[in-house]
Design a protein around this ligand. Sequence first.
Ligand SMILES: NC(=O)c1ccc[n+]([C@@H]2O[C@H](COP(=O)([O-])OP(=O)(O)OC[C@H]3O[C@@H](n4cnc5c(N)ncnc54)[C@H](O)[C@@H]3O)[C@@H](O)[C@H]2O)c1
Length: 323
Amino acid sequence: MESQSHPLARVVVTGGAGFIGTHTVRLLLEAGSAVLVLDDLRHACGEPVPPAAELVTADISSPLAAAAIARYRPTGAVHLAAQGGVNRSMQDPAADATVNVVGTVALLKALADAQCRRVVFASSGGAIYGRARRLPSREADRQQPLSPYGAAKLAGEGYLGMFGRTLGLRSVAMRYANVYGPHQDGTGEAGVVAITCQRLLSAQPPRITGDGEQTRDFIFVHDVARANVLALGSRVQGPLNVATGIGTSINLVASTLAALAGQPSVVEHLPARPGEVRHTFLSPDQAAAKLGWRATTPIAEGLRLTFEAFQHATKPPTATPAP
Ligand SMILES: NC(=O)c1ccc[n+]([C@@H]2O[C@H](COP(=O)([O-])OP(=O)(O)OC[C@H]3O[C@@H](n4cnc5c(N)ncnc54)[C@H](O)[C@@H]3O)[C@@H](O)[C@H]2O)c1
């Protein structure tokens, strides 16, 4: 690391035990950063935090987390910890806001108090733009979230601006598209790639809501982790889409994974979700211009890597032959 005050020198990663967090922590360690993971493990992805990183098990809004930050004196932070379920946020918007708004504000205050000057925030392109008037969505487009989760991410971006103007905590809000890859939770309500991998590996057909021709901008998690590290080390401020700029249909995702599983594409169809956005994809041009970043993993390769990782994770250990 160039200097002890460089943003990449000592980095706090909240949610570092989660899906995007584990990949980001690994890349930061490879880049030579010292890393403190702050995660209460409520939704840890199961990959152990690397021994080279320190783990403090705490809620981001707790005094324990603030004390850990004060002691660590981070030069930079990647804030990934969140309540990540859109459906859950609809059922209990206040619980969502407790983590995603109040938790974020408490964390930003602790970082500012510790003289941290740089933070990368996990926002959501999928949830912030809402029903876009034109595609691809760009950072300057109107933000009209349709869920409490999206509203909370937008509120987080508002607080980032304030902490920058008033307290000198410079930040970039990464508006991720639909992130997929190894270690994603395949048991939950969201993450069609992970859920489909799990279903195929337990001999269940892919499940598709509606006709499957709805499109999403699927971005591989390695590309996202790389964008996080580049953004932390840069001087860029404000929102940035982290996306491929390509819409891929759910049917294509399901048929590609079914082919990888060697299973005939029998698909289980569920009724379309009322009010679901039909098409979304985001322009990555700002990230390319400001960070020199572009996604480099084509969807076919990303799906193959993801399926193989799930396959490996679910494989029973080979029995040792009896002597
Ligand atoms: N996965 C996606 O497609 C996607 C898309 C857009 C934005 N995001 C955002 O990216 C971030 C990371 O997403 P992910 O998919 O890795 O989620 P994840 O659920 O896998 O990881 C989140 C981690 O945060 C931890 N956590 C949650 N609440 C906490 C709290 N109050 N205190 C401490 N730790 C807490 C969990 O234990 C978990 O390890 C989130 O902010 C999410 O909203 C994700």
